[in-house]
Design a protein around this ligand. Sequence first.
Ligand code: WQD
Length: 332
Amino acid sequence: MNILVTGGAGYIGSHTVVELQKAGHMVAIVDDLSNAKANVIDSIQQITGIRPAFFQIDCADKNALRTVFEQHPVDAVIHFAGFKAVGESVKKPLAYYRNNLDSTLTLLEVMEEFGCKKFIFSSSATVYGPNNPYPYKEEMPAIQSSSPYGWTKVMIERILTDYTTAHPDFCAVLLRYFNPIGSHESGLLGDDPNGIPNNLMPYITRVAAGQLEKLTIFGDDYPTPDGTCLRDYLHVVDLAVGHLKALEYAVKHLGVEAVNLGTGQGVSVLELVHAFKQANGIQLPYVIGPRRDGDLPAFWADAEKAKNLLGWEAMHSIEDMCKSAWEFAKKK
Ligand code: WQD
């Protein structure tokens, strides 16, 4: 199939493009490179031997997006493009609402013009908000979040649900990611955020590489076994394969489906730090600091629906995630 991947030069997007090409799909990437580097396209080609078509455009630019659809047949879209820094979204809500909503609305309008009816959306566990019991199940209310970034995911899920109601021949799969970490085995792709990382694993690898002095663990007084927060960490390659499975589902079905992509296991910050040190045989200096605003003590996925509906489950271990993350960081 011909797949358009928006944000395909990003961390999860690039790993997904590799899996799509390995499965024989033709991929075109649209990315404005606001949070990704152009050499990722070279890395994808190095891994798969196939260079995806690449358009450096903003998804909200309707005319530019139309030229992509005119030059490349598009059977389905996987939509990653969007701003995604939780803290930044609190400081710049308008930028997040404008960018994340505009790009999605424009994409849907152009898809309609060209008769493209399959949409895989990069959603997030953040849509479950702070009040649902964990493990999170898809039928739980996913109607609030704790940041403008998270609210854009709630709103885009709503847009896709209403659009699918109005267009019964459309299919949208809303993939709710938990915490993706790790890298492709080649060490050529990985989580390489601009500036100081907000997320745990890229911060850990920068400390391990000596680029940052030490890790600060945000609080060890939570009501959890070791006092640090629990999260559902999954390997980014497993997550990428989940998109391939969602695409295969969307081709044969109609309507809208939300699906968790997680392992179904909670792992603490301290457990991940120790696993990283153990897997890579290196020291990792850390201190315990104050809690970070907005952090929830614990959540993880109920992963049953992905297994039953998509035939997908996470296969990689925490050790694989830690080793691969370090392999990528060492090569940078
Ligand atoms: C994990 C744990 C921190 C950094 C976020 C977004 C979510 C999704 C994934 C986009 C927490 C602790 C972290 C550090 C630390 N992003 N931590 N020191 O917050 O679960 O989820 O990223 O879709 O929407 O909310 O991930 O990696 O930021 O934090 O102690 O320097 O690590 O307190 O408990 P999080 P995270």
